[in-house]
Design a protein around this ligand. Sequence first.
Ligand code: GCW
Length: 685
Amino acid sequence: MKSSRIKLTLTVIFFALFTSFKISAEDGSRLWLRADTVITPSEVIYRDTGDETLLLAVEELRRYWKGHAVRLVISDARDIRALTSEGFLIEGDSRSGVTITSSTEAGLLYGTHHLLRLQVTGETGGSITVKESPKYALRILNHWDNQDDSVERGYAGSSIWQWQSEQDSTVIALYRNYARANASIGLNGTVLNNVNASPLILSAPILKKVKTIADVLRPYHIKVYLSVNFDSPAALGGLPSSDPLSKDVRQWWKGKVKELYTVIPDFGGFLVKANSEGLPGPQDFGRTHADGANMLAEALAPFGGIVMWRAFVYNPSDEDRAKQAVLEFLPLDGQFSPNVLIQVKNGPVDFQPREPFSPLFGLMKETPLMPELQITQEYLGQSNHLVYLATMWKEFFESDTYVKGEGSSVAEITDGSLVPQKLTGIAGVANTGMDVNWCGHHFAQANWYAFGRLAWNHSLTAEEVADEWIKQTFSNEPDFVAQVSTLMLESRETAVRYMMPLGLHHIFAWEHHYGPEPWTDIPGARTDWMPSYYHRADAEGIGFDRSISGGAVEQYATPLCEKWKDLATCPEKFLLWFHHVPWDYRTKSGKILWDELCYHYDEGVQEVREYQRTWDKMEPYVDAERFRHVQAKLKIQSHDAVWWKDACLLYFQTFSRRIIPYEIERPIYDLDELIENSRPKTVKP
Ligand code: GCW
C-alpha cells in the first residue's frame, strides 16, 4: 500500500516535470501551435450533440481563445449554403463575442483554427468577418513510409506511424498531435504508406493498425487512404495473375475493399503508382492505365472511395523523359471512371528546384487532375537546407497554361473554377518523421504549413503564409518577422542559383539526390537517371534541346510553345531546360552564357552567407535551442553551396574551356578529389 503510494507520487512528480519540461522546451515539437493555454477559459456556446469534431473545436477554444464568448453554430442558411461543406463564416468582435458558422462540424473546426491563428498573428483587434471555403476538396498528405518504419526520401527520422511498435498511448498521442497539426492548416486526408507499396499493406495485421490510425484521425476530419501495389491479387491473394480484366482479380479487389470498409467505414481510397520505376501495373497484362484505375474505381465506388492514379511514368526509351507522361496519358483522356483522379507532379521530370509545369495540366480536359507537390526536400538540400517552398508552389499555381486563352492558370484548371471538375484535389509528399521537431529542420516545418494553407487557398501569397508561420512558430516581433520573411522568400531562388541555375536540372548524385555529381555516368545504368542525360554539356555548349520539332516544348499550348521554343524569347530561368546553348551565347545581362553561369553559382553562395549573417542577428528573438539548431544547419548549407558551385563550375569548365571570371570566389575543391570522394569532407548530410 505504502510503496504503491510512493510510486504514484513519484509518477505524478515525474509526469508534472516531464510535461512542464515539454511545454517550456523549444525543441520545435509544438510546430506552429505554440499558444499558451489561457488561465480562465472563455465561454463557448454550442449545442452539444456529442460530435467528436465539434468537441475538439470547443476544447481548442476553451484552451486558447483569449477573447469574449464564442458561439459555434451549425446552419444551412443561404449564405452558409453558398460555402462548401468544409467552409465557415466568422463574424463578430473579440471583445463582444464571435460566432463561427458552418454547415458541418468540420467547418467549425477549421473556423476555430482560423480564429485562433488570427489571434496569435495579432489580427483580432477590431471586428472580424471571414468567409472561407477550401479551393480543393481533397487536401492530402502522401507519406512515403514503409512498413519497416523507414521513409523513402524522408530526412527527419523513422515513420511516425511506428508500424513496428505497439500502438500504445505514446504512439496514439503522436498520431493525435499530427492530426491536430493537419487540421489546423486545413488538410483533410493522408495516405499512410509509400507509393512504392508493399502488397502487405492490405494484410490483416497491418489493416488493424491502419484502423487504429483512422480512429484517431477521424475526429480531426482527416481521412485515411492507402497506396496499393497493383500486383496484390497475385502477391497477397495468391491468384495466378493481377490482370485487371480478369473476373477473379476484380472480385478479389471487391472483397478486399469490402473488408476495408468494414473496418474503416470512412476509408478514403487508393493511391497507385503503376508501371513506373519497375512497379507492376496493368501494362504487364497488355492493359491500359485506364483499365487498371477503373477496376479499382469500380470496387471503391459503392463506398464513396476514390482512386488517385499517378502519372509519374517513364521508361528508358528514346523519348525524352519529360514527354512521357503526356504520351501515355493523353490518349486515355475521357476513359477514366468518375471517381478517378490522375495525380500529376508539378513538373514533367521530377520535383527539381525549378521545372516548368507539367504539360498534362490543361491538356487532359476530361479527367480531373490532382497536382502532386513534394514537401520533403528530396532535391532541395533535404533537411539541411533552408528552402521555403511556397514561392515555388506559387510559381506553379500561377503558371499560365493558355489552354483556355490567356489567364488559364494551373490553379484555376485544377481547382475546378475555370473548367468544372467532378473531383478536385491536391497532394503533398510529407516531410515528417520521428525527429523531435517533426521535419529535421525547423524551417522545413514551414513547408508542411505552407502546403496546407495553399491547398486550402492557393491565392494566399507566399509572403502572407510565411508571415503567419513565423509569427506562430517564432515571434511577432516586427523586425524578426520582416528579416526572416525576406530570407524565406528568397531562399528557393538562392537554392536554384547554387544548385542548377538557368534551367539546368537533375545533376544530382543519382543515388541520394543530395549533392552535385554532374559527371556521373554509370555504364549499364539507366541513362535517364544520369546527370549527363539532362545537362548534355559538350565543347559547343550546355542544355537539353527540347525545342526541336517533336520536342517536349511542343506539348505546351500556343503562345507558350512558340515563346519557349525560340532561344531569344525563352525565359532565362528555363534556358537550359529547353535549349542547348553555346558557351558564348549572349544572355540578357550582356554576359556570355559561361560567365552568367559562374555568376549565378557565386550569387547563390553569397546569398547563403547573407542568410547566416541575418540569422546571427536574430539571436535576441529566438530561444537558444532553435537558434543554434538553425545556425548549425545554415553552416552546412553554406558549405554545400560552395560544394555545388565548385563541382559544377570545375566540371563544366572541362567542356567550356573558359576561365572562371576573376570576381567569382575561387574554387576551394579539386575536381578529381570531388569525383573520387563524391562528397567533400567538410559536408555532413
Ligand atoms: O523522385 C522519385 C524518387 C523516388 C520516388 C519516385 C516517385 C517514391 O526519387 O524515391 O519513389 O520519384 O515519385 O514515385
